[in-house]
Design a protein around this ligand. Structure first.
Ligand code: RIB
Length: 280
């Protein structure tokens, strides 16, 4: 079985389903409130697990009631949480999310304990793949990436300046179109594959600035896009590490991500391998 280590964030997502997304300075009422386990790291860990990998998550949560709530589906799903530790006095990361009909969202994150992850506390992973994102300190990602010698995927979300060593070391970089625009030509200088998602539009996989695969996600009735990018990241990594060719792996990742938009919440919506095969 493919083994995956995810180093990343755990959040509790507080979600308001609203009639539309608010403009800056605007108040919208009449929303329905939900709470879901989330965080890009946790979502990617559970997504990889549901797709059949053996997964361990390296993360930090607070010593508060939200921690248990945020970890429930990871525990139930069989993700190894031995290195998911509580930080005394810290609050669990929280994401405030507004979702409009059709699934478009706006997210603001209060990272809390996610900021407390330190490189010195993280053993070098011995898994087939390592997946990271940028909701934990990026110097931690750079340090572990230097030590690790397996397949390294970094999802450059949310967009921010990172050590160039991360970009040069990555076997796979995943961005959405907003992040791709933010990083600009820097991405073309990366040595690995660069995957760009475009919502329901065509996703691409590039190498050395040349497109090596394209795939259009299957059409679905989307209700919540939260976690779709995380599903894509995990699915593409698992598929490539399992030996799928780039075009096939990209189709698989698009099929998985589109399914994740058909249900509410980040982690409740993550699909199983059998569902993705049926949607590809
Ligand atoms: O990628 C989706 C995730 O981003 C949400 O679950 C939220 O926690 C934010 O981290």
């Amino acid at each position: 079985m493919t083994t995956v280590t995810v180093i990343g964030s755990v959040n509790l997502d507080v979600v308001a389903n609203a009639a539309r997304l608010p403009a800056p300075g605007e108040t919208i009422t009449g929303a329905e409130l939900h709470r879901f386990p989330g965080g890009k790291g946790a979502n990617q860990a559970l997504a990889a697990r549901r797709l059949g990998a053996n997964v361990s998550l390296v993360a930090r949560v607070g010593d508060d009631a939200s921690a248990n709530e945020a970890l429930t589906l990871l525990r139930g799903g069989g993700v190894d949480l031995d290195q998911c530790l509580a930080v005394p006095g810290a609050a669990t990361g929280t994401a405030l999310i507004a979702v409009a009909p059709g699934g478009e969202n706006q997210i603001v994150v209060a990272p809390g304990a996610n900021r407390e992850l330190r490189a010195r506390d993280i053993p070098t992973p011995d898994s087939d793949a390592l997946i990271c994102q940028l909701e934990v300190p990026s110097d931690v990602i750079a340090d572990v990436a230097r030590r690790y010698d397996g397949f390294f995927c970094v999802n450059l979300a949310p967009a921010m300046e990172v050590d160039v060593a991360i970009l040069q070391r990555a076997d796979l970089i995943v961005v959405n179109e907003t992040e791709a625009a933010w990083y600009g030509p820097t991405l073309a200088a990366c040595h690995g594959l660069v995957a760009t998602t475009r919502g329901s539009g065509v996703a691409t996989l590039e190498h050395d600035g040349k497109t090596v695969a394209e795939a259009r996600p299957p059409e679905v009735a989307a209700v919540d896009a939260t976690g779709a990018g995380d599903t894509f990241t995990a699915a593409l990594t698992v598929a490539l590490v399992e030996g799928q060719r780039p075009a096939q792996a990209l189709r698989f990742a698009c099929a998985a991500a589109s399914l994740a938009t058909t249900r509410m919440g980040a982690q409740p919506s993550l699909p199983k391998h059998s569902e993705v095969d049926g949607n590809a």
